[in-house]
Design a protein around this ligand. Sequence first.
Ligand SMILES: *Cc1c(COP(=O)(O)O)cnc(C)c1O
Length: 390
Amino acid sequence: MKVPILDLCRMPDELTAELTRTFTSVLASGHFILGPEVSSFEAECASYLESSHTIAVSSGTDALLMALMALNISPGDEVICPTYTFFGTAGSIYRTGATPIFVDSLPCCYNLDPSAVAAAITSRTKAIMPVHLYGQAAEMNSIMGLANKHGLTVIEDAAQSLGARFGDRQTGTLGTIGCYSFYPTKNLGALGDAGLLTTNDPVLAEKLKTLRMHGSRVKYMHETVGGNFRIDALQAAFLRVKLPHLNQAHTNRARNATRYTENLLASGLAKFPVEGCLCGKSGSPLEAPLLLPYSCQPHHIYNQYVIRVTGEGKRDALREFLTGKGIGTEIYYPLPLHQQQCFASLASSTKSYPWAERFSRETLAIPIFPELRKEEIDYVSEQIAAFFRL
Ligand SMILES: *Cc1c(COP(=O)(O)O)cnc(C)c1O
């Protein structure tokens, strides 16, 4: 059996037909950048997110960069972010001339450790950039508490968590600005690159719209230096077709995750990585050959289902074994950001971040996309169990 990590072509025929009609209609409109499709998409996202302002842009990475620019983050400033995340999180900080200050993450939810954030705050700290990794919210109560106490802004990297909640609030709407990505592997994927920002601050919203157009509100008059951060009308139109199906996709992903977790626990090989959640410092880590994703938050949208395989070389051996059985996997992320060549000049590059370093050697993402079939989940689970019985 062949089970890809993600199959973007496996969508219902009606959806394919609707996307095709949408393409034809945008083509006929002759309006390809911003415009009515984009405004409607922004309004629909604001309603979905229960947030006041949304600005649709060219990518998730550009959303992060724009958020930092709007908050005047500049050389000499420090911004705290996890080292265990996608490169764009820290890359955007670095591009403003500010310094990314890395912190370690936790083995319960793979999200940044609030106590490490507290320890990293200095007089130069301007912002905290938590990431809601794999579709589960970081511990925002502690993070907002620290931000309020020290007068910091919070930029949420919600690239993987559009629709995931922290308590009853949407991730991305708790901090100062939230940033989302519509890269095709995200739960709401465009047919190309696109992103979104949200904020409840009308002044910041206006600033972000201006930054999107080279810092210009009145044509050819530039108040600040922005960039071309515009979204295509075509992508906005495609996303408008897909947004109404997003919650069903989350439900299917969570159903798939439950089936994996039940199968793998039943095999007797796997454990959860913690007893209790470590975000609130009340838990303790556990060890086993195979560790399963754990939910610190009741709501998890499973952008990825990431297991941990402990023991020297074991993760890579499992990956090779699964490849041989036709099963696609991915490693998020094989090198923590503090160890990246481009950040070698940062003071953080010589520090040690034990959990992040372990995750980069032990994590493996297995197929979780919404259209995955029961038989495929059972096959993947059986093959994982077979590897450990070898
Ligand atoms: C995908 C992603 C981004 C970047 O989004 P793009 O749309 O690909 O630019 C940033 N941060 C995280 C955590 C991501 O997963």
